[in-house]
Design a protein around this ligand. Structure first.
Ligand SMILES: [Fe+2]
Length: 384
């Protein structure tokens, strides 16, 4: 067997109210001038004021760039870099959901590297480290605070493209469950399912290791036990805490393995039809799990059991199939349909979507079952 490696962020600070420590963390990394990269929703929710109050209390100069859109386009990076250059930060804080965190990562590397963003699409193409980064998630889903990945929309080519670079690992990931309390139920559902899909795809993938298995199985069982609770009552701080921790663990794992066919399809469909990423990965998950079942039934049995399914006395394949049943039941409870036709995606688009999904080598290469374009077309047709 080829040897493997495991990388993650150096430091994770966590706990209810942990945001109060951000100034201390910034100073620990010799930061004095802080660029905060966030989105308009976070600003409107009053969370930027909360962050600003802590920075002011600690005497830190800061500038807020709050223009990150969801599914950010490559062009947004140019705007955030321009904002940064007028302020000359020495540290970057990403604050928000996956989009804000992703843009903060690319901003940090574009401030120290020449060239254009497009030069760095792919694996490990960034030549030099960026400015120090502290990432503070406000959703429990992407795990972006602990990954070295960012995903951008290339609107010229209607696709989503990823940059993977060890230089995009944060110096600190700061997890404060209080920041996720205000998320509306449908956002809680979509982002929480995205975290599940990260753990599931990383767990069954061909690049899984003993370290990622441990993180992923624990994350799956925490999500199985807490996502319904967080959806039902956003103020359930215990459920919010467990979801944020699970999302972080899944992020630590999939940053090392990458995801699989579910994410390849989510990027293909999302690139063209602009549906929320978490919604896509959620509704695609039962299809891809069914397809992958025969590649590693033992792992799917563990997933079924993490959801509390009783597998005693069943054949291996019957027991593995309970993982799909459990996920469908979760989606039913969260009000997420898993038919493609529910999302205004025309049937005629299927061949192009299949082609785009198969082209996502970084993701497809980790899928446990080898998959052809014809397989993907059949999968989308069967679940239309
Ligand atoms: Fe995802």
């Amino acid at each position: 067997m080829q040897s493997q490696s495991f990388n993650t962020v150096r430091r994770i600070v966590f706990g209810v109210g942990a945001l109060q420590q951000i100034g201390e963390e910034i100073k620990r990394h010799q930061g004095n001038r802080v660029l905060v990269v966030t989105d308009p929703g976070i600003k409107a929710a009053g969370l930027v004021d909360k962050m600003a109050a802590v920075l002011e209390k600690d005497g830190l100069a800061y500038h807020v760039f709050a223009e990150v859109e969801s599914d950010p386009r490559v062009e947004v990076v140019a705007e955030s870099v321009a904002a940064a250059k007028t302020f000359s930060p020495d540290i970057v804080v990403g604050f928000g959901g996956g989009s804000a965190l992703d843009i903060s990562k690319v901003t940090s590397i574009m401030l120290t590297n020449n060239g254009v963003v497009e030069d760095y699409f792919g694996m490990e193409k960034v030549p030099s480290p960026g400015l120090p980064l502290i990432l503070v998630p406000t959703t429990a889903g992407t795990g972006s605070e602990v990954t070295s990945i960012c995903v951008l929309s290339d609107t010229k080519n209607d696709v989503k493209n990823g940059i993977v670079s060890e230089y995009m690992f944060a110096r600190v990931a700061l997890l404060d469950p209080e920041l996720t309390v205000g998320l509306p139920p449908h956002v809680t559902a979509m982002t929480g399912m995205d975290a599940f899909v990260h753990a599931m795809e990383s767990y069954v993938g061909v690049r899984a290791s003993f370290l990622t298995d441990t993180l992923n199985l624990q994350a799956i069982s925490m999500i199985a036990g807490n996502l319904r609770r967080a959806y039902a009552n956003g103020h359930d701080i215990e459920a919010r805490t467990q979801m944020l921790q699970a999302s972080c663990m899944a992020g630590m794992a999939f940053s090392n393995t990458q995801n699989g066919l579910d994410h390849a399809l989510a990027l293909a469909i999302g690139g063209r039809f602009h549906l929320p990423h978490g919604l896509l990965t959620a509704f695609i998950s039962p299809w891809v799990m069914s397809f992958n079942l025969i590649a590693c039934p033992e792992k799917f049995i563990n997933i079924a059991e993490a959801f509390g399914e009783n597998t005693a006395g069943l054949s291996k394949m019957e027991a593995a199939g309970l993982a799909v049943k459990a996920v469908k039941s979760m989606l039913d409870d969260l009000g997420i349909s898993y038919r493609l036709s529910s999302y205004n995606v025309p049937r005629e688009a299927i061949p192009d979507l299949a082609k785009a999904a198969i082209g996502a080598e970084r993701l497809i290469s980790n899928n446990p079952r080898r998959v052809s374009e014809a397989d993907v077309i059949a999968l989308l047709e069967a679940n239309y």
